[in-house]
Design a protein around this ligand. Structure first.
Ligand SMILES: Cc1cc2nc3c(=O)[nH]c(=O)nc-3n(C[C@H](O)[C@H](O)[C@H](O)COP(=O)(O)OP(=O)(O)OC[C@H]3O[C@@H](n4cnc5c(N)ncnc54)[C@H](O)[C@@H]3O)c2cc1C
Length: 506
């Protein structure tokens, strides 16, 4: 029986906190050790001059996956989170399009088909059929693939995976798949933009991620009032209830290994804490190449990372305005005119995008309590390539360029004068704050190879060492990291079936 066993979790990101909550509830003795002053990892928060900024995630997608996690914890999600469904889900700006420079997507098929018909007359039937297949694939993915722990490549040759997996289009790319269905570039862009959430690009992402379109159009987009950080606060509350110990401002410098078994961690100050199990929520590159000191214990040594495709980094601006900008909605996407060149700048020929796609979140659209009365917050994000060196001068020039673009694209002519608080955040900040390899905002991209052969959550070299979070299965995103927490839990409990748990005992 594993209960009462001592578990150390390195990192208090969503994956770390989720795993801790599940294990503590089950009776394990869990300590989470976080290097930063605040918990939450990339889903962090800061307050300045009366404005409260969520620092990272802003899209609450896959409400079904969140609900499932709370069900497992035997908690009512509505007592934890004040969820509001956004309407419209988001606004898309197509600069240079003389007919439809701005459209709304509602996640309400009748309304959305009207919009998409304008772009590609006759597309409605195709969209309905496409989303039907995508919905079936999403259900299949949840039932048989996303909640499954994989042990080796050979797993893919198991009969049930081969049989059901064929229905998921694993070997085709999203670009090719969408080209078969649709003609109009704007329709394809709307269906492709979600891939940026996966840190990948259409020509390299397997078509199985068309399930993102079902998630987008069927479930819609939610926002927890008070901000995304209320999810972190809620995870903390559940951890407190079940006795998890959380240490902040405490970096781990080494995972201790004896006889090929993880036996605890060394803290940056030198102190040793022993444990029966170590689970690392720190980025996998950092865990494997920095926290595991001896190369013979590294399942993924540096040479693995030299070939890995990292998801983009980001240039983010947190802006507090002295007024409201009512014409923007909660989520606003500005799509590059030359879509392919923009992806090239993100992956193949790293450079600051000349005509970037960018995203602007105005959370005060839904939640006026997070800013002084009558004032808006804008969170602006431009995906940029991971691993680029960006000098202070380049940062300044790029900031000015993006502000000028926002003035024009988003019809905010007096934006500059309206800014009363401003903070910028770049790749080197991700490196410093989260030990992110090449300053990636998201972790390893979901390319075909890095989806099918994504690093598993169990060390192949060190017993009792596991991983959780965006770097392992199933991958990037808050709800996905909660699935990852369930997968880590299954490892410790030796639960081998591939389906979501119905209860903590299986
Ligand atoms: C800008 C941005 C926008 C995003 N937008 C969305 C979105 O809209 N919707 C969505 O669902 N997802 C979004 N994501 C993705 C999502 O935020 C992440 O996938 C998820 O939060 C990652 O969680 P994680 O469990 O992998 O841990 P992380 O958040 O990566 O946390 C890992 C933790 O480990 C800690 N750590 C590292 N090294 C050590 C050490 N040596 N000792 C102790 N602690 C250590 C770090 O400080 C960190 O707190 C976004 C991410 C970013 C950055």
């Amino acid at each position: 029986m594993n209960q009462n066993k001592k578990v150390i979790i390195i990192g208090a990101g969503i994956g770390g906190l989720g795993t801790a909550a599940l294990l503590s509830k089950r009776g394990y003795d869990v300590t989470v050790i976080e290097k930063n002053e605040s918990i939450g990892g990339r889903a962090n928060i800061f307050t300045a001059e009366g404005y409260t900024f969520d620092m990272g995630p802003s899209w609450y997608l896959m409400p079904d996956v969140f609900e499932h996690f709370y069900d497992l914890m035997k908690e009512d999600i509505n007592e934890h989170l004040n969820l509001v469904k956004l309407g419209p889900s988001y606004k898309v700006f197509f600069p240079g399009d003389p007919d439809y420079p701005v459209v709304n997507i509602h996640s309400d098929l009748d309304k959305d088909l009207e919009t998409l018909e304008q772009f590609e007359p006759g597309v409605s039937d195709k969209i309905k059929k496409y989303l039907k297949i995508s919905g079936e694939q999403y259900k299949l993915a949840k039932k048989s693939f996303m909640y499954r722990n994989y042990d080796s490549v050979l797993d893919f040759f198991k009969w049930d995976i081969m049989k059901e997996g064929r229905r998921m289009n694993p070997l085709q790319t999203m670009e090719k798949y969408l080209n078969k269905w649709f003609k109009d570039d704007r329709v394809k862009k709307i269906l492709e933009y979600t891939l940026v959430f996966l840190g990948s690009e259409p020509k390299k992402t397997p078509a199985l991620y068309n399930i993102m379109n079902f998630i987008d159009f069927h479930y819609g987009v939610y926002y927890p009032k008070g901000g995304i950080y209320t999810i972190i606060e809620s995870l903390k509350k559940m951890n407190d209830k079940h006795g998890t110990k959380i240490m902040t401002d405490t970096g781990v410098s080494e995972i201790l290994v004896e006889n090929k078994t993880a036996v605890g961690v060394r803290l940056e100050g030198g102190k040793v804490i022993n444990a029966d199990y170590v689970i690392s929520n720190a980025d996998l590159h950092f865990t494997e190449t920095k926290l595991i000191k001896e190369s013979k214990h590294q399942t993924f040594p540096q040479k693995y990372w030299n070939k890995a495709v990292m998801g983009p980094s980001a240039f983010i601006m947190y802006l507090g305005l002295d007024r409201e900008v009512p014409h923007l909605t909660h989520h606003n996407l500005r799509f590059a005119q030359n879509w392919k060149d923009n992806f090239k700048e993100l992956f193949d020929e790293p450079s600051l995008p000349k005509d970037p796609s960018y995203y602007v979140c105005k959370p005060t659209h839904t939640d006026t309590n997070i800013a002084p009365e009558g004032k808006d917050i804008l969170f602006m994000l431009v995906p940029i390539a991971a691993g680029m060196t960006v000098t202070d001068e380049m940062k300044k020039q790029y900031r000015d360029k993006v502000i000028n673009m926002m003035k024009k694209d988003l019809n905010l002519p007096d934006l500059e004068e309206s800014i009363v608080y401003e903070r910028s955040y770049w790749g080197d900040d991700f490196g410093r704050d989260y030990n992110a390899y090449k300053g990636t905002a998201l972790g390893m991209a979901h390319t075909l190879k890095q989806t099918l052969l994504r690093p598993g959550n169990k060390s192949k070299k060190v017993k009792n060492l596991y991983y959780v979070g965006a770097g392992t299965n199933p991958g990037i995103g808050m709800p996905i990291c909660l699935i990852s927490a369930e997968l880590a839990y299954k490892r410790l409990e030796n639960i081998t079936h591939p389906h979501p748990l119905t209860d903590l005992d299986g």
